[in-house]
Structure formats: structure tokens, C-alpha cells
Design a protein around this ligand. Structure first.
Ligand code: FAD
Length: 117
């Protein structure tokens, strides 16, 4: 099959958006079970990512920089860092991770809001 770079890039943008938004919604103080879940999720994401060549590269990055799942801010900073590793390998601009805080919004009401309704 011939590579379609446009489709591959579109998949990448969608995947990164989901990835970073997942970190932005991860608990500030996760339980052990929540930490294990995120750790597994990241490894399975790297294993099952549909672009096989990309997945292979990303697994190397994961080996070098194991997922940080102890708090939301550690997870978000870690995800920003590994995305930057991919950016570097593709000669893209490096993202300023100090701006990650409010950048990824799920658009969903949070749990507290739901309970009030
Ligand atoms: P993207 O890199 O898709 O980023 C989307 C948006 O996220 C940016 O516009 C910016 O607003 C924001 N952003 C940028 N950097 C960061 C950061 N560090 N932290 C948080 N937000 C950020 N493509 C290949 O050709 N070869 C590969 O080997 C490859 N491996 C990949 C591995 C994974 C796990 C994923 C998810 C994607 C991979 N891709 C790969 C796709 C590639 O990373 C890009 O998604 C794609 O090239 C589109 O790039 P883009 O410039 O639109 O921005």
C-alpha cells in the first residue's frame, strides 16, 4: 500500500489530541489502580497505534522515558515531553510544555458539575 502522508498526519493530530486530553483529565491524586490503568493505556497505545512505523518509534521513546503517572501534572508534562521527542525526530518545532496546563480541554462538564444537576 502506498503511504498517504496527509492521512497519516491527520491520524497523528487526532491521536495526540486524545492523548494530551486524557492526561489533562487524569486525577491530581490518582489511586494506585488509576496509575496502573494509565500506565497500561500508554503502553497499549504504543503497541496498537495504527501506523506501525510510528508505533515502533514511539516504543523506543517509551523505553527511554517511562510513563510518569503519579499525578496529573506529571503525566501531562511527561506526555508533552515525549510528543516533543517525536517532534524533534520529524524536524518539527518543540512545544513549550509550560503552556500545557489549560491547552487541552475535553469540553465536557466535570464530575462535580454533573452531581449538581
Ligand atoms: P502534531 O505533532 O500532530 O501536534 C498537533 C498539535 O499538538 C500541534 O499543532 C500543537 O498545537 C500541539 N503540540 C505540538 N507539540 C506538542 C507537545 N509536545 N505537547 C503537547 N501538544 C503539542 N509521523 C511520522 O511521520 N512518523 C512517525 O514516526 C510518527 N510517529 C508518531 C507517533 C505517535 C505516538 C503519534 C501519536 C504520532 C506520530 N506521528 C508520526 C504523527 C506526527 O507526530 C504528527 O501528528 C503529524 O505529523 C501531524 O503533525 P502536526 O505538525 O500537525 O502536529
Amino acid at each position: 500500500k502506498i503511504e498517504n502522508a496527509t492521512v497519516k498526519a491527520e491520524l497523528g493530530r487526532a491521536a495526540w489530541r486524545l492523548f494530551h486530553t486524557t492526561m489533562a483529565k487524569f486525577p491530581d491524586k490518582p489511586t494506585q489502580d488509576e496509575q496502573t490503568a494509565l500506565f497500561s493505556y500508554i503502553h497499549l497505545f504504543a503497541r496498537l497505534y495504527p501506523c506501525g512505523e510510528c508505533a515502533g518509534h514511539f516504543r523506543h521513546i517509551l523505553n527511554k522515558y517511562p510513563p510518569q503517572v503519579s499525578t496529573r501534572s506529571n503525566a501531562a508534562a511527561w506526555a508533552c515531553h515525549v510528543h516533543n521527542e517525536v517532534n524533534k525526530s520529524l524536524n518539527k518545532e518543540v512545544f513549550d510544555c509550560s503552556n500545557i496546563g489549560d491547552f487541552y480541554d475535553c469540553g465536557c462538564a466535570d464530575e462535580d458539575d454533573k452531581k449538581e444537576k
